[in-house]
Design a protein around this ligand. Structure first.
Ligand code: PRT
Ligand code: ZN
Length: 286
């Protein structure tokens, strides 16, 4: 029985850098030779495999890799049998239908009988049939967005992030059919040893992810506002409060959720907090 897990990440592309950054933040060290497909870690029982993103789901399903990091869009399109263990919170995008800007849009029914170019025939096909639309799906592997402009299709179904690619090609987004982000997937039947390494990996990944969604906050507060501020910032268990040399004031330390950041800061200020310092957290284990 092999006592390592093989983690498939995208060789080069939009997922690569962030996938490797998470591995590094998990304290997993490896040396990479750019021409090689594999990189073993020397301080964690893991080997990295560098693959094209489209191949990751089937390689994980087949057990060539034990785990992988891939976009949900690719996973859903490939329909591979894997377990989704964790949403990674990066490479967020959506799969949308775009039509020429000059064409008015009233409803999805308008796509009946039309030709739609995409690299996602399964996801598009399912969406169209759920909506009772019969359209011709024209599968192309790249530069989907130029298809209407060169007369190859009436519409596109492609990944959108900022929307600027659609815009630059004279298209507008009319339907969102799928929302995606990078996920960590695993083979459905790992042996006990690999499963336990996966647990250790997930523990670290979650600590890194959690840290990213919180900030450490230090501030000076008038003593008679401590209770009010404590209610605004419950912290991990409860905030740390230590007296300042200045009579009537304390220093308060706690954590704040990134999502509520500005709203919380405004409330803290109106409750009398001063000298607010906000510090990134590297790892967070609760
Ligand atoms: O070579 P390999 O097959 O491994 O890579 P790839 O070229 O197939 O994929 P890659 O690296 O482009 O994307 C990998 C994954 O990143 C995708 O499967 C998505 O999960 C995710 N992702 C996030 C994106 C985008 N954002 C994105 N903007 N994938 C593609 N795009 C493209 C899109 O196809 C379109 O051409 O960017 C353009 C749209 O971007 P905006 O910002 O102009 O809307
Ligand atoms: Zn790809």
């Amino acid at each position: 029985m092999e006592n390592i897990i093989r983690l498939a990440v995208q060789k080069s592309g939009r997922l690569s850098e962030k996938s490797l950054a998470v591995i590094e933040e998990c304290g997993i060290k490896y040396s990479r030779n750019k021409v090689k497909l594999k990189a073993p870690s020397y301080n964690f029982p893991l080997e990295l495999l560098f693959l094209r993103d489209d191949d990751i789901p089937k390689y994980v399903a087949a057990g060539v890799a034990d785990v992988g990091i891939v976009g949900e869009n690719v996973l859903a399109e490939e329909e591979a049998e894997v377990r989704v263990m964790e949403k990674m919170g990066f490479s967020k995008c959506r799969l949308s239908i775009g039509i020429p800007q000059a064409v008015g849009y009233t409803s999805i029914q308008q796509l009946n009988g039309k030709k739609i170019a995409t690299s996602y025939p399964n996801l598009l096909g399912n969406f169209l049939s759920q909506n009772g639309v019969e359209a011709e799906i024209h599968e192309i592997s790249g530069s989907v967005e130029i298809a209407p402009g060169i007369g190859l299709a009436d519409a596109v179904c492609d990944i959108v992030s900022s929307g600027s690619t659609l815009l630059a090609n004279g298209l507008k987004e009319v339907e969102t059919i799928f929302r995606s982000e990078a996920v960590l997937i695993a083979n459905p039947s790992l042996n006990a040893e690999k499963e336990s390494i996966l647990d250790q990996l997930l523990f670290r990944v979650r600590a890194v992810k959690k840290a990213e969604s919180f900030k450490y906050v230090l501030m000076n507060v008038p003593n008679d506002s401590i209770e009010q501020i404590m209610n605004l910032m419950p912290g991990m268990r409860s905030p740390t409060v230590t007296p300042l040399a200045l009579e009537g004031w304390s220093s308060m330390h706690s954590v704040l959720k990134e999502d509520d950041f500005w709203e919380s800061i405004d409330k803290l200020k109106s409750a009398g907090a001063e000298g607010i310092l906000v510090i990134p957290i590297e790892k967070m284990i609760v």
